[in-house]
Design a protein around this ligand. Structure first.
Ligand SMILES: [Zn+2]
Length: 374
């Protein structure tokens, strides 16, 4: 499973080579502490262990009916037990949850939703396009999309196997989930709705639609980039924004070239500009790391980070007049980050330059090559 994490933010210029970096706030272990970050909104943290990430924030939105939870963490007992613990510390129980908001289709955000719905019958709120990469690929293949039953564990395992057996869009083999993962997934069966199942939204939102949670009215903002289905929620009256992974305080979310869209980086820029243009933001509540205030400034910083990377590719054209994704990855990323995620993100940048008309692509020897146009 390679599409869900976040490579460390990398400043290519003027960065002294150092081996000891202070830990990023997104890497901090999940604290058991509950903090009120705005009236009726509590921050709790659930443990995750992913590259660059130590916790996921599960926000608890309180109202007269009980609670909505935002991003209830990974599947599995460890996260489930932590969620029960955090709800208890906040003075609630599992049965109080009436709504589950999932910001996007990565397992550290949706993984806990199935069991939570199984236990509470809570609504599941997502953007209307919510689906995982491998579901998306299946839908592309199927004449009749209704034949894909993601709630069958064997179908799910088979779909994952099919997805990862395809070549990468830039050539070369995909590093799929290890066979043991698929074994475990099949063995987990359907108890609790299936440990690795993907939830089906019961309240899919479109951009601009509103929903009432924590006695506030939230506006749904579709913010494709990190994933196509990414959802942010804005409380315009109080300037509170649930940013998911779209804008994180000190790392940049992974931009995957595996997206079904032709230019996910362009979509990410547009979604960041929407954040920059919000007025009167008082607090941004990210899915990892600490709440922060300067949402617009942070969005601008992330745009500039990617603009810098595009410039690095432009500058590398001379040495790499017909380079592969792997060649450019070695220029963009430090060696410790090399791998499929870095390749995928490099691919997204190269395809963006191709869409801008600056690069042309040819496929030779099973790999995409990029050359300057004109
Ligand atoms: Zn995440």
């Amino acid at each position: 499973m390679s599409d869900h994490a976040h490579p460390p933010e990398h400043h290519h210029h003027g960065d002294a080579p150092s081996t000891v970096r202070p830990p990023k706030q997104e890497q901090e272990d999940a604290s058991t502490e509950i903090t009120e970050v705005a009236p009726g909104i509590l921050r709790s943290q659930l443990p995750i262990s992913m590259p660059g990430l130590g916790h996921v924030n599960c926000y608890l939105l309180e109202d007269e009916r009980g609670l909505a939870v935002v991003d209830p963490g990974l599947p599995g007992d460890e996260s489930w037990d932590a969620l029960g613990d955090r709800l208890g510390r906040a003075g609630f129980k599992v049965a109080d949850v009436h709504t589950i908001v999932v910001t996007h289709s990565h397992p550290d955000h949706f993984g806990g939703a199935i069991r939570l719905r199984y236990e509470t019958d809570a609504d599941i709120v997502t953007h209307e396009t919510f689906r995982t990469m491998w579901q998306e690929a299946e839908l592309d293949d199927e004449e009749d999309s209704a034949t894909l039953d993601v709630n069958s564990v064997d179908d799910r395992a088979a779909a994952l196997e099919r997805y990862f057996s395809r070549p990468n869009p830039w050539g070369g083999a995909r590093s799929g989930p290890p066979p043991e993962f698929l074994e475990r997934m099949r063995a987990a069966g359907e108890s609790m709705g299936g440990a690795f199942a993907v939830p089906s939204p019961t309240r899919p939102l479109t951009d601009g639609q509103t929903i009432k949670l924590a006695r506030r009215e939230w506006v749904a903002m579709h913010t494709p980039g990190h994933t196509y289905d990414h959802l942010c929620l804005l409380d315009p009256e109080h300037g509170v924004v649930l940013t998911g992974d779209h804008v994180l305080p000190s790392i940049t979310p992974h931009i995957s070239g595996m997206s079904p869209q032709s230019d996910p980086l362009a979509e990410f820029f547009a979604s960041l500009i929407r954040m920059e243009e919000l007025h009167d933001v008082t607090i941004a509540l990210p899915a990892h790391g600490h709440p922060f205030e300067d949402l617009g400034g942070r969005a601008r910083h992330i745009i500039e980070h990617h603009e810098d990377r595009l410039d690095i590719i432009r500058d590398a054209q001379e040495q790499l007049p017909n380079g592969t994704v792997d060649d450019f990855m070695r220029v963009l990323f430090r060696e410790r980050s090399w791998g499929e995620m870095a390749e995928s993100e490099t691919y997204a940048h190269l395809e963006h330059l191709r869409e801008l008309g600056e690069l042309s692509r040819s496929d030779t020897g099973g790999f995409a090559h990029y050359a300057p146009t004109g």
